[in-house]
Design a protein around this ligand. Structure first.
Ligand SMILES: Cc1cc2nc3c(=O)[nH]c(=O)nc-3n(C[C@H](O)[C@H](O)[C@H](O)COP(=O)(O)O)c2cc1C
Length: 355
């Protein structure tokens, strides 16, 4: 079905199609079951304090205002991350600001966090009744200073905490001027000391989302920071800068290699905090390669745009075959194995391949 309508959809500007799809999916959430994967208890996965219903979640940025949580939950995503949401509504950068690279199954976006603000999201989160964990990805408004941003993010966390399941601080978008400088440990220490005071009351998981364009030493520093601060984990990575293609951030297959290198660096640190892997996952082989590093849950954005709901069905079939081959009764029993045993299971699996 998706492959039939895709040529038509791809003949129109990317953001126009996105807005149209969001309208349909918010008005008719039951359509999400069409081509979606039904809940399968054997594939549930513990990530922080949340039980993901499938190890593949929806990455931030597609459902910026939490308009279509039920639709994406019915599609079968194991967790749905909405946002980035800011305190005040904002329009984002001038259009056009989303570009497709179909040959490379990649996107470039320079959106700049367009969203209706956290109060509008509050109502949407309240209305969702499904089992799928909902993540709230939070960012600062364009004009907000570093100092002010701490209070802003704390207010968003505190207000949305009853209806979101995990919260993400996004300091890694290339589309808000100077934002990536917010990946400095001195700023993050101040920010998370405020957020952790609230977390002691509300107990909702806290993640930091990072860029792929960081030096290896910086990635290790941030991973150790998350561990030392006892945050729930890192989400890596956001989009990458490729000035030769234009402004904004690039996602999809053009990001796969870079994101994989970052995952490798973080997972080699052997930390007890979580890593949610994101960046260019488009085929089950990518997931097996990530598990072969010791990774667990992932998120996807671009490959879903190019492949539609068949993407999740392919992942599900591949994961089932993997569990059967290894005579495992559930995915959680795989993740409960020691890391070295997990890596061995994956590397001995015939469908695992390294380019
Ligand atoms: C059009 C578009 C908008 C995005 N908006 C956000 C956003 O608002 N916040 C965020 O943290 N990430 C955002 N992202 C980044 C994705 O969440 C993800 O980190 C990135 O696309 C890499 O995953 P992928 O290769 O599967 O697309 C956006 C990505 C795209 C393509």
């Amino acid at each position: 079905m998706y492959s039939l309508i895709k040529p038509l959809l791809f003949s129109v500007d990317a953001e126009t199609v996105h807005d149209f799809a969001m309208k349909i999916s918010s008005l008719s959430p039951a359509l999400g079951s069409l081509g979606g994967i039904p809940l399968d208890e054997r594939l549930m996965t513990q990530v922080g304090s949340c039980t993901w219903t499938f190890p593949v979640g929806l990455a931030a940025g597609l459902d910026k205002n939490a308009d279509s949580l039920e639709f994406f939950s019915r599609q079968g995503f194991g967790a749905v991350e909405c946002g980035t949401v800011t305190l005040q509504p904002q329009d984002g950068n001038p259009k056009p600001r989303v570009f497709r690279y179909p040959e490379e199954e990649s996107l470039r976006n320079a959106m700049g966090f367009p969203n209706r603000g956290f109060m509008a999201m509050d109502a949407k989160l309240r209305a969702f009744e499904g089992r799928t964990p909902i993540g709230v990805n939070m960012g600062k408004n364009k004009e907000t200073s570093a100092e002010e941003s701490i209070n802003e993010l704390a207010l968003i966390y505190e207000t949305l905490t009853d209806h979101g399941d995990y919260f993400v601080v996004n300091v890694s978008s290339p589309n808000t001027p100077g934002l990536r400088a917010f990946q400095e440990v001195s700023y993050l220490t101040e920010l998370f000391s405020e957020l952790k005071k609230l977390q002691a009351i509300y107990h909702k998981d806290l993640y930091l989302k990072i860029a792929p364009d960081l030096e290896a030493a910086k990635v290790r520093e941030l991973a150790q920071f998350v561990e030392a601060q006892k945050l729930t984990g890192l989400i890596a990575t956001n989009t990458t800068i490729k000035p030769e293609l234009g402004t904004g951030g690039v996602s999809g297959k053009l990001l796969t290699k870079k994101a994989h290198e970052i995952h490798e660096l973080i997972l080699a640190e052997d930390l007890s905090s979580e890593l949610i892997g994101v960046g260019g996952f488009s085929h089950p082989t990518d997931l097996f390669r990530y598990w072969g590093l010791g990774g667990k849950a992932i998120q996807i954005y671009s490959a879903y745009v190019f492949q539609g709901p068949a993407l999740l069905r392919n992942f599900k079939t591949a994961i089932h075959s993997f569990l059967e081959t290894n005579q495992l009764t559930s995915l959680q029993s795989f993740f409960d194995l020691p890391k070295s045993e997990r890596i061995k299971c994956v590397k001995d699996y015939p469908a695992y391949s390294v380019e």
